[in-house]
Ligand binder design. Structure first.
Ligand code: GLP
Length: 262
């Protein structure tokens, strides 16, 4: 696991965007896994800038979103469909038929989940999966005690997650469709971003704690190609900080592409 700590989240967003842009340039038909939430907004903003100002071409790219609430229509203000379209997909030259988001308004959730897994397989699998982390240590909506082998399925949200994701004056559904931890670990590369002191404990448990279903992000330790990008506040609970910085220094000499430098 490569842990990169930047002074600010803005720097993290720019570095993450370089890593994603390099992936697209080296494989124009890349399959990207997308996450919603506040954390990746700067990354998406920077990719939109790269598209507009540097001609980063998304015409061959396919995307799969991690998760979606169940029981609200796609045009509901809380829907992840609306969020990812507004904040990213509608602002780049991606073909809409190549974008995939679990259908939370489906009348047959089980079939929808099976079809989603099949669509990921049919695309050739996810090359690079973007992840945030919830306060409970979840990735996607894989709440504590999710099986580390789980696939796309219906998941009940924890009280903390409902509280964190609710916007003022609005309720959110109590259930969601999410890619499983097993589905996420199938991606060839994982890029997890975290920012701010509300994530300090979850990040420390995910990176340095035991692998446990109580912290679903700890399953990332099982994956051979993970980059975690943090700001100082999110990294504050890590005990091997000096070592991570030395690894980054050596990586810049031997594998600069892993840092988005080439
Ligand atoms: C939600 C999403 C996660 C996301 C997390 C953190 O629960 N399902 O994919 O990583 O929130 O969100 P934020 O980045 O807003 O803190």
């Amino acid at each position: 696991m490569l842990v990169i700590i930047n002074p600010t989240h803005e720097q993290t967003s720019i570095q993450a965007a370089r890593i994603v842009a390099n992936q697209i340039r080296s494989k124009p038909r890349s399959v990207l896994g997308l996450s919603t939430g506040k954390t990746p907004l700067g990354l998406y903003g920077e990719l939109i800038r790269c598209h507009r100002e540097e001609g980063l071409d998304f015409s061959g790219v396919t995307t799969f979103n991690l998760d979606e609430y169940v029981g609200i229509p796609r045009d509901h203000p809380q829907s992840f469909y609306l969020q990812i379209h507004r904040n990213f997909l509608d602002q780049i030259n991606i073909k809409q038929e190549n974008t995939h988001i679990p259908d939370g308004s489906s009348s047959d959730i089980e079939a929808t989940c099976i079809e989603y897994e099949q669509a990921i397989r049919d695309s050739g699998g996810i090359d690079l999966q973007i992840l945030g982390i919830g306060r409970t240590g979840h990735i996607g909506f894989n709440e504590p005690t999710s099986s580390l082998a789980s696939r796309t399925r219906l998941k009940t949200l924890s009280d903390e997650t409902i509280q964190d994701n609710r916007k003022i004056g609005e309720d959110i559904p109590a259930v969601a469709i999410t890619m499983g931890i097993g589905s996420i670990l199938d991606a060839r590369q994982l890029l997890m971003l975290a920012s701010g002191n509300s994530k300090t404990t979850a990040v420390a448990k995910a990176i340095e704690g035991p692998i446990t279903s109580s912290v679903s992000a700890s399953a990332l330790q099982l994956h051979p190609n993970v980059t975690v990008l943090l700001d100082e506040a999110a990294a504050a609970g890590l005990t091997h900080r000096g070592y991570y910085d030395r690894v980054v220094e050596q990586t810049s000499k031997y594998s600069p592409e892993r840092l988005g430098l080439e």
